[in-house]
Design a binder for this molecule. Structure first.
Ligand code: MN3
Length: 197
């Protein structure tokens, strides 16, 4: 069973008023994410060891295996983008009370959470991702991963929010201003309502 590009949970124009334009979503979803899916299917087709495995299984199997780096990069990016589309909303930015209480308990304040997330995102040198994860200790924390890696692969916890900081995610809307993209993402795009803790 081949992997497929999931439909966006909104139209490509839906986030424009929130700082992510239609062209960004058309290219990012229709070209970049599609390319990861197509490449991953190509690897699975040629390798019996990958056939019948779930996406999570392939990500974990390929992680840290140099010979499987191309498989990991594409499987990881497919996994990351599935979450990323769900992590945004045209009505994003509002933090429900239960999550707010947990953020205050674990970071000290909502502002401190956003600062930690933004620091993770802006200190990721080159391409990668910033994450809000629930650690094994039950505490929320912010982390970052390079390229196509993610918290499932690194074992850092359950990913609750993932923000793509590859330039293709923000260059049309924010040019080189990654800090502004991440701040806007946290304030206006992030779909905190969909997080279950
Ligand atoms: Mn991307």
């Amino acid at each position: 069973m081949a992997f497929t590009l999931p439909a966006l949970p909104y139209t490509t124009a839906a986030l424009a008023a929130k700082g992510m334009c239609q062209e960004t979503l058309e290219l990012h979803h229709g070209k970049h994410h599609q390319a990861y899916v197509t490449a991953l299917n190509g690897f699975v087709e040629k390798d019996a060891a990958l056939q019948g495995k779930s996406l999570d299984e392939i990500v974990k199997l390929a992680h840290g295996n140099a010979a499987m780096a191309p498989v990991f990069n594409n499987a990881g990016q497919h996994w990351n983008h599935i979450l990323f589309w769900q992590n945004m909303s045209a009505t994003g930015g509002g933090i429900p009370g239960k999550l707010e209480a947990k953020l205050v308990a674990d970071f000290g304040s909502v502002q401190a959470f956003k600062d930690a997330f933004k620091t993770a995102a802006t200190t990721q040198f080159g391409s990668g991702w910033a994450w809000l994860v629930m650690g094994a200790d039950g505490k929320l924390k912010c982390t970052k991963t390079p390229n196509g890696s993610n918290p499932l692969a690194t074992g850092e916890g359950k990913a609750l929010l993932g923000c793509d900081v590859w330039e293709h995610s923000y260059y049309l809307d924010f040019r080189n201003r990654r800090p502004d993209y991440v701040q806007n993402w946290l304030d206006n795009l992030a779909n905190y309502e969909a997080i279950s803790i």
